[in-house]
Design a protein around this ligand. Structure first.
Ligand SMILES: Cc1ncc(COP(=O)(O)O)c(C=O)c1O
Length: 376
Protein backbone atom coordinates (compact mmCIF):
# COMPACT_ATOMS: atom_id res chain seq x y z
CA UNK A 1 0.00 0.00 0.00
CA UNK A 2 1.34 3.48 -0.84
CA UNK A 3 0.69 5.33 2.44
CA UNK A 4 -0.73 8.85 2.55
CA UNK A 5 2.34 9.89 4.46
CA UNK A 6 5.74 8.59 5.57
CA UNK A 7 7.54 10.64 8.25
CA UNK A 8 10.76 12.14 6.97
CA UNK A 9 13.27 11.13 9.66
CA UNK A 10 16.94 10.30 9.13
CA UNK A 11 20.05 9.29 11.04
CA UNK A 12 20.62 12.89 12.14
CA UNK A 13 17.31 12.96 14.04
CA UNK A 14 18.05 9.56 15.61
CA UNK A 15 21.52 10.74 16.74
CA UNK A 16 20.11 14.03 18.11
CA UNK A 17 17.47 12.20 20.16
CA UNK A 18 20.02 9.69 21.51
CA UNK A 19 22.43 12.51 22.43
CA UNK A 20 19.66 14.45 24.20
CA UNK A 21 18.70 11.38 26.22
CA UNK A 22 22.38 10.84 27.15
CA UNK A 23 22.53 14.47 28.32
CA UNK A 24 19.49 13.84 30.56
CA UNK A 25 17.10 15.94 28.47
CA UNK A 26 14.21 13.62 29.20
CA UNK A 27 11.28 15.51 30.67
CA UNK A 28 10.22 19.00 29.72
CA UNK A 29 12.01 20.83 32.50
CA UNK A 30 15.66 20.04 31.68
CA UNK A 31 18.34 21.01 29.20
CA UNK A 32 18.93 23.44 26.40
CA UNK A 33 17.09 21.77 23.53
CA UNK A 34 13.65 23.15 24.38
CA UNK A 35 14.64 26.84 24.56
CA UNK A 36 16.87 26.40 21.50
CA UNK A 37 14.06 24.80 19.49
CA UNK A 38 11.62 27.51 20.63
CA UNK A 39 14.01 30.22 19.52
CA UNK A 40 14.84 28.57 16.18
CA UNK A 41 11.17 27.93 15.37
CA UNK A 42 10.05 31.43 16.35
CA UNK A 43 12.90 32.88 14.25
CA UNK A 44 11.85 30.78 11.26
CA UNK A 45 8.28 32.11 11.59
CA UNK A 46 9.43 35.72 12.02
CA UNK A 47 8.08 35.85 15.58
CA UNK A 48 9.66 36.95 18.82
CA UNK A 49 8.63 33.97 20.96
CA UNK A 50 7.93 30.25 20.64
CA UNK A 51 6.43 28.09 23.38
CA UNK A 52 6.86 24.34 22.85
CA UNK A 53 4.07 22.03 24.02
CA UNK A 54 3.03 18.39 23.84
CA UNK A 55 0.79 18.54 20.73
CA UNK A 56 -1.00 20.85 18.31
CA UNK A 57 -4.22 20.23 20.23
CA UNK A 58 -2.48 21.32 23.47
CA UNK A 59 -1.13 24.43 21.67
CA UNK A 60 -4.65 25.46 20.66
CA UNK A 61 -6.09 24.63 24.08
CA UNK A 62 -3.40 26.63 25.89
CA UNK A 63 -3.65 29.60 23.49
CA UNK A 64 -7.40 29.84 24.14
CA UNK A 65 -6.90 29.33 27.90
CA UNK A 66 -4.67 32.45 28.10
CA UNK A 67 -7.59 34.60 26.92
CA UNK A 68 -9.61 34.00 30.13
CA UNK A 69 -12.94 34.33 28.34
CA UNK A 70 -16.33 33.87 30.00
CA UNK A 71 -18.21 30.56 29.72
CA UNK A 72 -20.58 30.73 26.76
CA UNK A 73 -18.48 33.26 24.83
CA UNK A 74 -18.19 32.38 21.15
CA UNK A 75 -15.11 31.56 19.07
CA UNK A 76 -15.30 31.47 15.27
CA UNK A 77 -13.56 28.44 13.75
CA UNK A 78 -13.13 27.03 10.24
CA UNK A 79 -15.96 24.59 9.46
CA UNK A 80 -13.73 22.28 7.43
CA UNK A 81 -10.76 21.26 9.57
CA UNK A 82 -9.48 18.87 12.21
CA UNK A 83 -11.74 19.12 15.29
CA UNK A 84 -8.85 20.38 17.50
CA UNK A 85 -9.56 24.11 17.04
CA UNK A 86 -13.25 23.64 17.94
CA UNK A 87 -12.24 21.49 20.93
CA UNK A 88 -9.90 24.24 22.14
CA UNK A 89 -13.01 26.40 22.50
CA UNK A 90 -15.18 23.56 23.84
CA UNK A 91 -12.80 22.50 26.61
CA UNK A 92 -12.43 26.14 27.72
CA UNK A 93 -16.27 26.33 28.12
CA UNK A 94 -16.60 28.45 24.98
CA UNK A 95 -18.85 27.80 21.99
CA UNK A 96 -17.15 27.16 18.62
CA UNK A 97 -19.09 28.74 15.74
CA UNK A 98 -18.18 27.28 12.33
CA UNK A 99 -17.49 29.54 9.36
CA UNK A 100 -18.31 27.80 6.06
CA UNK A 101 -15.61 27.15 3.46
CA UNK A 102 -14.78 28.98 0.30
CA UNK A 103 -15.11 26.66 -2.73
CA UNK A 104 -11.83 27.60 -4.48
CA UNK A 105 -9.27 27.33 -1.66
CA UNK A 106 -11.35 25.25 0.83
CA UNK A 107 -10.30 27.71 3.57
CA UNK A 108 -12.91 29.58 5.60
CA UNK A 109 -14.90 32.09 3.57
CA UNK A 110 -13.82 35.56 4.68
CA UNK A 111 -17.07 37.08 3.40
CA UNK A 112 -19.07 35.10 5.97
CA UNK A 113 -17.18 36.10 9.13
CA UNK A 114 -18.97 39.35 9.92
CA UNK A 115 -22.42 37.79 9.45
CA UNK A 116 -21.64 35.32 12.27
CA UNK A 117 -20.36 37.85 14.82
CA UNK A 118 -22.62 38.42 17.85
CA UNK A 119 -22.06 40.43 21.06
CA UNK A 120 -20.59 37.22 22.51
CA UNK A 121 -17.93 36.66 19.81
CA UNK A 122 -14.45 37.06 21.26
CA UNK A 123 -11.96 35.27 19.02
CA UNK A 124 -11.38 33.64 15.65
CA UNK A 125 -9.24 30.56 14.88
CA UNK A 126 -8.77 30.30 11.10
CA UNK A 127 -6.90 27.25 9.78
CA UNK A 128 -4.56 27.37 6.75
CA UNK A 129 -6.07 24.16 5.40
CA UNK A 130 -3.68 21.67 3.77
CA UNK A 131 -1.02 24.40 3.82
CA UNK A 132 -2.95 26.99 1.77
CA UNK A 133 -2.38 30.41 3.39
CA UNK A 134 -5.47 32.49 4.18
CA UNK A 135 -5.48 36.21 3.49
CA UNK A 136 -4.41 37.03 7.05
CA UNK A 137 -4.36 40.76 6.41
CA UNK A 138 -8.12 40.65 5.85
CA UNK A 139 -8.69 38.36 8.83
CA UNK A 140 -6.76 40.76 11.08
CA UNK A 141 -8.59 43.77 9.65
CA UNK A 142 -12.00 42.21 10.44
CA UNK A 143 -10.72 41.15 13.87
CA UNK A 144 -9.52 44.69 14.68
CA UNK A 145 -12.87 46.14 13.62
CA UNK A 146 -14.75 43.78 15.96
CA UNK A 147 -12.17 43.56 18.73
CA UNK A 148 -11.53 39.84 18.25
CA UNK A 149 -8.41 37.90 19.24
CA UNK A 150 -6.83 35.97 16.34
CA UNK A 151 -5.29 32.53 16.87
CA UNK A 152 -3.96 30.99 13.65
CA UNK A 153 -4.19 27.21 13.38
CA UNK A 154 -0.95 26.52 11.48
CA UNK A 155 -0.86 22.77 12.17
CA UNK A 156 -0.75 22.16 8.39
CA UNK A 157 1.05 25.30 7.22
CA UNK A 158 4.63 25.43 8.57
CA UNK A 159 6.53 27.73 6.21
CA UNK A 160 3.48 28.87 4.23
CA UNK A 161 3.47 32.62 3.58
CA UNK A 162 0.96 35.31 2.87
CA UNK A 163 2.61 38.35 1.18
CA UNK A 164 6.09 37.18 2.30
CA UNK A 165 5.13 36.78 5.94
CA UNK A 166 5.00 33.31 7.46
CA UNK A 167 1.72 31.91 8.77
CA UNK A 168 1.75 32.04 12.55
CA UNK A 169 3.15 35.59 12.57
CA UNK A 170 -0.06 37.51 11.84
CA UNK A 171 -2.40 36.62 14.71
CA UNK A 172 -2.03 37.20 18.44
CA UNK A 173 -0.81 33.59 18.52
CA UNK A 174 -0.05 30.86 15.97
CA UNK A 175 -0.45 27.17 16.85
CA UNK A 176 1.61 24.43 15.17
CA UNK A 177 1.57 20.63 15.35
CA UNK A 178 4.60 18.34 15.05
CA UNK A 179 2.58 15.12 14.79
CA UNK A 180 4.24 12.42 12.64
CA UNK A 181 2.48 13.41 9.41
CA UNK A 182 3.12 17.15 9.73
CA UNK A 183 5.59 19.15 7.60
CA UNK A 184 8.16 18.77 10.36
CA UNK A 185 7.73 16.34 13.23
CA UNK A 186 8.86 15.61 16.76
CA UNK A 187 6.66 12.49 17.02
CA UNK A 188 4.02 14.27 19.06
CA UNK A 189 4.47 17.95 19.81
CA UNK A 190 3.33 21.50 19.17
CA UNK A 191 4.40 25.13 19.34
CA UNK A 192 2.71 28.46 19.96
CA UNK A 193 4.29 31.51 18.30
CA UNK A 194 3.62 35.06 19.43
CA UNK A 195 5.13 38.53 19.42
CA UNK A 196 3.76 39.31 22.87
CA UNK A 197 6.17 38.85 25.80
CA UNK A 198 3.17 38.87 28.14
CA UNK A 199 1.39 36.07 26.29
CA UNK A 200 4.62 34.02 26.01
CA UNK A 201 5.15 34.28 29.74
CA UNK A 202 1.58 33.25 30.49
CA UNK A 203 1.74 30.35 28.03
CA UNK A 204 4.94 29.08 29.70
CA UNK A 205 3.39 29.38 33.12
CA UNK A 206 0.17 27.56 32.19
CA UNK A 207 1.95 24.76 30.27
CA UNK A 208 3.89 23.85 33.43
CA UNK A 209 1.07 23.52 36.03
CA UNK A 210 1.43 27.27 36.75
CA UNK A 211 4.27 26.66 39.20
CA UNK A 212 5.31 29.87 40.96
CA UNK A 213 6.73 30.52 44.42
CA UNK A 214 6.42 29.11 46.92
CA UNK A 215 6.61 25.90 44.89
CA UNK A 216 3.49 23.70 45.16
CA UNK A 217 1.16 26.61 45.97
CA UNK A 218 -0.73 27.48 42.77
CA UNK A 219 -2.57 30.75 42.05
CA UNK A 220 -3.70 29.51 38.61
CA UNK A 221 -5.11 26.20 37.38
CA UNK A 222 -2.44 25.21 34.84
CA UNK A 223 -1.78 22.13 32.70
CA UNK A 224 1.06 19.76 32.01
CA UNK A 225 1.46 20.40 28.29
CA UNK A 226 5.30 20.19 28.32
CA UNK A 227 7.31 18.89 25.37
CA UNK A 228 10.20 16.54 26.24
CA UNK A 229 13.83 17.58 25.75
CA UNK A 230 14.59 14.81 23.25
CA UNK A 231 11.58 15.79 21.14
CA UNK A 232 12.94 19.34 20.99
CA UNK A 233 16.36 17.94 19.96
CA UNK A 234 14.64 16.18 17.04
CA UNK A 235 12.76 19.40 16.23
CA UNK A 236 16.06 21.28 15.96
CA UNK A 237 17.24 18.89 13.24
CA UNK A 238 13.90 19.08 11.45
CA UNK A 239 13.72 22.89 11.46
CA UNK A 240 17.12 22.95 9.73
CA UNK A 241 15.70 20.70 6.99
CA UNK A 242 12.32 22.40 6.63
CA UNK A 243 12.97 24.29 3.39
CA UNK A 244 14.10 21.10 1.63
CA UNK A 245 10.98 19.28 2.90
CA UNK A 246 8.72 22.11 1.65
CA UNK A 247 10.50 22.18 -1.73
CA UNK A 248 9.71 18.45 -2.03
CA UNK A 249 6.08 19.01 -0.99
CA UNK A 250 5.78 21.59 -3.76
CA UNK A 251 7.43 19.19 -6.25
CA UNK A 252 4.90 16.47 -5.31
CA UNK A 253 2.01 18.92 -5.81
CA UNK A 254 3.31 20.20 -9.15
CA UNK A 255 3.77 16.62 -10.38
CA UNK A 256 0.20 15.65 -9.41
CA UNK A 257 -1.02 18.88 -11.08
CA UNK A 258 0.79 17.92 -14.27
CA UNK A 259 -0.64 14.41 -14.44
CA UNK A 260 -4.17 15.14 -13.16
CA UNK A 261 -5.00 18.46 -14.80
CA UNK A 262 -6.46 16.78 -17.91
CA UNK A 263 -8.64 14.32 -16.00
CA UNK A 264 -12.23 15.59 -16.31
CA UNK A 265 -14.22 16.17 -13.14
CA UNK A 266 -11.43 16.70 -10.61
CA UNK A 267 -10.92 19.96 -8.74
CA UNK A 268 -7.22 20.23 -7.85
CA UNK A 269 -5.71 22.44 -5.11
CA UNK A 270 -5.86 26.14 -5.94
CA UNK A 271 -2.43 27.76 -5.97
CA UNK A 272 -1.89 30.56 -3.45
CA UNK A 273 -2.59 33.85 -5.21
CA UNK A 274 -0.48 35.97 -2.88
CA UNK A 275 2.01 33.82 -1.00
CA UNK A 276 3.38 30.28 -0.71
CA UNK A 277 1.16 27.19 -0.46
CA UNK A 278 3.16 24.37 1.19
CA UNK A 279 0.83 21.49 0.18
CA UNK A 280 0.85 19.60 3.49
CA UNK A 281 -1.44 17.12 1.73
CA UNK A 282 -2.56 17.08 -1.90
CA UNK A 283 -6.35 17.42 -1.81
CA UNK A 284 -8.73 16.64 -4.66
CA UNK A 285 -12.50 17.22 -4.99
CA UNK A 286 -14.50 14.80 -7.14
CA UNK A 287 -17.07 16.60 -9.29
CA UNK A 288 -20.12 15.05 -11.06
CA UNK A 289 -18.27 15.12 -14.39
CA UNK A 290 -15.89 12.46 -13.04
CA UNK A 291 -18.90 10.05 -13.32
CA UNK A 292 -17.89 8.00 -10.26
CA UNK A 293 -18.50 8.96 -6.65
CA UNK A 294 -15.64 9.90 -4.32
CA UNK A 295 -16.29 6.81 -2.19
CA UNK A 296 -16.25 4.45 -5.19
CA UNK A 297 -13.03 6.07 -6.41
CA UNK A 298 -11.36 5.65 -2.99
CA UNK A 299 -12.44 1.99 -2.85
CA UNK A 300 -10.89 1.42 -6.29
CA UNK A 301 -7.67 3.18 -5.26
CA UNK A 302 -7.53 1.11 -2.09
CA UNK A 303 -7.82 -2.06 -4.20
CA UNK A 304 -4.96 -0.75 -6.33
CA UNK A 305 -2.77 -0.33 -3.21
CA UNK A 306 -3.15 3.45 -2.88
CA UNK A 307 -4.07 4.85 0.52
CA UNK A 308 -6.18 8.03 0.76
CA UNK A 309 -8.09 10.06 3.39
CA UNK A 310 -11.37 11.92 3.05
CA UNK A 311 -11.57 15.64 3.81
CA UNK A 312 -12.72 16.63 7.31
CA UNK A 313 -16.25 16.27 8.68
CA UNK A 314 -17.42 19.88 9.15
CA UNK A 315 -17.80 21.27 12.66
CA UNK A 316 -21.56 21.92 12.26
CA UNK A 317 -22.09 18.16 11.79
CA UNK A 318 -19.98 16.98 14.76
CA UNK A 319 -22.20 15.10 17.26
CA UNK A 320 -19.73 15.93 20.07
CA UNK A 321 -20.21 19.66 19.45
CA UNK A 322 -23.96 19.55 18.74
CA UNK A 323 -24.60 18.46 22.34
CA UNK A 324 -22.95 21.55 23.81
CA UNK A 325 -25.20 24.19 25.45
CA UNK A 326 -25.15 27.29 23.22
CA UNK A 327 -24.55 25.25 20.02
CA UNK A 328 -25.68 27.32 17.03
CA UNK A 329 -26.90 25.27 14.04
CA UNK A 330 -25.00 27.24 11.41
CA UNK A 331 -25.41 25.92 7.86
CA UNK A 332 -22.15 25.09 6.07
CA UNK A 333 -23.16 23.79 2.63
CA UNK A 334 -19.71 24.15 1.06
CA UNK A 335 -17.88 22.37 3.91
CA UNK A 336 -20.56 19.65 3.84
CA UNK A 337 -20.05 19.14 0.13
CA UNK A 338 -16.24 19.01 0.61
CA UNK A 339 -16.77 16.33 3.26
CA UNK A 340 -18.75 14.23 0.75
CA UNK A 341 -16.53 14.79 -2.28
CA UNK A 342 -12.99 15.66 -1.12
CA UNK A 343 -10.01 13.43 -0.39
CA UNK A 344 -6.26 13.60 -0.24
CA UNK A 345 -3.65 11.51 -1.96
CA UNK A 346 -0.28 10.12 -0.81
CA UNK A 347 1.78 13.27 -0.18
CA UNK A 348 5.10 12.24 1.39
CA UNK A 349 7.91 14.59 0.39
CA UNK A 350 9.95 11.52 -0.61
CA UNK A 351 7.29 10.27 -3.06
CA UNK A 352 9.03 9.72 -6.43
CA UNK A 353 7.53 11.30 -9.57
CA UNK A 354 7.21 7.83 -11.08
CA UNK A 355 4.83 6.70 -8.28
CA UNK A 356 2.84 9.95 -8.56
CA UNK A 357 2.41 9.22 -12.24
CA UNK A 358 1.17 5.69 -11.45
CA UNK A 359 -1.34 7.07 -8.91
CA UNK A 360 -2.60 9.61 -11.46
CA UNK A 361 -2.92 6.85 -14.07
CA UNK A 362 -4.93 4.70 -11.62
CA UNK A 363 -7.34 7.63 -11.05
CA UNK A 364 -7.62 8.33 -14.74
CA UNK A 365 -8.28 4.65 -15.50
CA UNK A 366 -11.30 4.64 -13.11
CA UNK A 367 -13.06 7.48 -14.91
CA UNK A 368 -12.05 6.25 -18.41
CA UNK A 369 -13.54 2.85 -17.66
CA UNK A 370 -16.85 4.35 -16.50
CA UNK A 371 -17.03 6.52 -19.63
CA UNK A 372 -16.38 3.51 -21.87
CA UNK A 373 -19.14 1.57 -20.04
CA UNK A 374 -21.58 4.46 -20.52
CA UNK A 375 -20.76 4.66 -24.24
CA UNK A 376 -21.04 0.87 -24.75
C1 LIG B 1 -5.56 21.75 11.36
C2 LIG B 1 -5.13 20.94 12.53
N1 LIG B 1 -5.21 21.48 13.77
C3 LIG B 1 -4.81 20.80 14.86
C4 LIG B 1 -4.32 19.54 14.77
C5 LIG B 1 -3.97 18.81 16.02
O1 LIG B 1 -2.61 18.57 16.15
P1 LIG B 1 -2.08 17.34 17.06
O2 LIG B 1 -2.42 16.09 16.35
O3 LIG B 1 -0.61 17.59 17.15
O4 LIG B 1 -2.75 17.45 18.38
C6 LIG B 1 -4.20 18.93 13.50
C7 LIG B 1 -3.69 17.59 13.25
O5 LIG B 1 -3.36 16.70 13.79
C8 LIG B 1 -4.61 19.66 12.36
O6 LIG B 1 -4.52 19.11 11.14
Amino acid sequence: MIPVFVPNIGEEEIAAVADAIRRGEISGSFGESIPRFEEAFADYCGCKFGVAVSSGTAALHLAVATLELKPGDEVLVSASTNIASALAAYHNNLVPIPVDSEPRTWNLNLDLIEKLITPRTRAIIPVHLFGHPIDMERVCEIARKHNLIVIEDCAESHGATFRDRKTGSFGDMGCFSFYANKIITTGEGGMITTNSAKLAEKLKLLRNLAFTTPRFRHELAGYNFRMTGYQAAMGLVQINRIEKIIADKIRVARTYDRFLSNVPGLQLPAPATDGRHVYWMYGVVVQPEFRISRDDLLARLHDAGIDTRTFFCPMNLQPALQQQPGFRPVKCPVAESLWRTGFYLPSSPTLPDKIIREIAEAISAVTDESRTKIRA
